[in-house]
Write a protein of this length. Structure first.
Length: 149
């Protein structure tokens, strides 16, 4: 299929990472299109933003997916039955706490902080996405407790 319009003048991967940091720091609703475009570089206009990402909500979903690719493995021990339950919980909590105070990205957990910022009726899809991520982690903790019992 032939590509329409001009070729992109920005790095999509870098743009998603920049958006991830903005959403992480400010939340979904408080992050404006102007902030996103500024963080992505001079090569992106409103039409090219929508051509690349379709919507702010779609970009947020990509940003959460990127966050989970990079940081989602911090709780992998919760789902690893070869790790004793107490150790699995300790590893998940320790890794998560360490990551949340590291430099190079906003502090805290993007998933937990994102729930606070997604309050309007229009952000139900955002809230649902974050709920699914939290439920997976919660299920891992529950599994560890059940194995420990």
């Amino acid at each position: 299929m032939a590509q329409r319009g001009r070729p992109r003048t920005f790095d999509r991967d870098a743009a998603v990472t920049s958006a991830m940091h903005l959403f992480w720091e400010h939340g979904f609703e408080s992050t404006s299109l102007s902030q996103l475009k500024a963080a992505m570089g001079a090569g992106i206009s409103a039409p090219s933003f929508y051509a690349a990402f379709e919507s702010k909500e779609a970009l947020y979903k990509e940003a959460v997916e990127r966050y989970m690719e990079i940081y989602g493995n911090l709780t992998r021990s919760l789902h690893d039955t070869s790790v004793p339950p107490r150790e699995a919980v300790f590893l998940a909590m320790h890794r998560s706490a360490k990551m949340q105070i590291e430099s190079g990205h906003p502090r805290g957990c993007m998933v937990a902080l994102g729930v606070v910022g997604a309050t309007s009726a229009g952000s139900e899809a955002v809230t649902q996405l974050l709920r699914e991520v939290r439920n997976r982690t919660r299920a891992g903790f529950r599994a560890c407790v059940e194995r420990g019992i």
